[in-house]
Design a protein around this ligand. Structure first.
Ligand SMILES: [Zn+2]
Length: 278
């Protein structure tokens, strides 16, 4: 089995002062919340992150707290959640069988609850951090309640594409987890290949690809990162990888604008529209 299609959606947007993401000035700039969609050859779907849930998109303040929603400048409505976007493209949310978390900050895994058949694949180091680190305001304990759906994985000492550790998720060489420790203790990137295209979703390892050319990280990266040395080492690896593949940072709206937003061809799309699915 392999990947039939890879495309991307954004679950709402965030806003941040331009200087925070390495641009001049204090005016607001929009950030994407980019989720990878991998359609497998058996019609199952694997997501890279899940974005914000339907309930959060409908009312960010009530779901994640008014202060946090305002601080992050969350702009979303119910139809911006990943499940609703997939349904508009003709896919059923029940077809999502796995969600790979780049890390467990709430803007990446809050939407897991919208996918009743999905297991959440996360690095063991990240799951441990989620359980024990109390100083990281990005983690929201309410996001992971259904423990039977969580599959912790350990990356292997198998260098790949310049990354020190990796894991072949399906053992068919089509989806790999790559070590991007630094932003959080167990951050991973996800490499996904399909016919004629290859992407690495890097989560928040960098906030935009321009960050790769800065002397140090953007202010927002520096503010949030868990480990400075590991984050810098990871940035060096990403800088090299960017020469040969498309890196997809979660919140890079410029990169998101250039990504495929749906299946590559109509023949690749599922036949039954979501409204008629059981
Ligand atoms: Zn994030």
């Amino acid at each position: 089995m392999a990947n039939r299609d890879v495309f991307f959606v954004s679950s709402g947007t965030f806003s941040a002062p331009a200087f925070a993401v390495g641009r001049p000035g204090f005016s607001s700039t929009f950030l994407s919340n980019t989720v990878g969609v991998i359609v497998r050859s058996d019609d199952s779907i694997v997501l890279v992150d899940a974005g914000l849930s339907e309930a959060t998109c409908a009312n960010p303040g009530r779901s994640v707290g008014h202060l946090r929603a305002r601080f992050l400048g969350i702009r979303a409505s119910a139809e911006d959640c990943v499940a609703a976007q997939l349904e508009r493209l003709g896919y059923r949310r029940e077809a999502v069988t796995a969600i790979v978390a780049t890390h467990l900050h709430f803007d990446h895994v809050n939407g897991v609850r919208d996918f009743p058949n999905a297991e959440l694949i996360v690095s063991k180091e990240e799951l441990d951090a989620f359980s024990w680190r109390r100083t990281d305001f990005g983690y929201d304990k309410r996001d992971l309640k259904l423990e039977q759906r969580i599959v912790p994985v350990e990356l292997e000492d198998a260098p790949r594409d310049g990354f020190a550790r990796s894991l072949d998720l399906f053992e068919d060489d089509s989806v790999h987890l790559l070590d991007t420790q630094g932003h959080t203790p167990g951050s991973v990137a996800v490499s996904m290949a399909t016919i004629g295209a290859h992407f690495i979703h890097v989560g928040d390892a960098v906030y935009n690809v321009k960050e790769l050319n800065l002397r140090d990280a953007t202010p927002i990266s520096r503010f949030i990162r868990w480990n400075t040395d590991k984050h810098r080492a990871c940035t060096d690896v990403l800088r090299a990888a960017a020469k040969t593949t498309t890196l997809v940072p979660s919140h890079d709206a410029d990169t998101f604008a250039r990504l495929p937003k749906g299946p590559a061809s109509s023949s690749a799309a599922p036949r039954a529209p979501a409204s008629r699915a059981p």
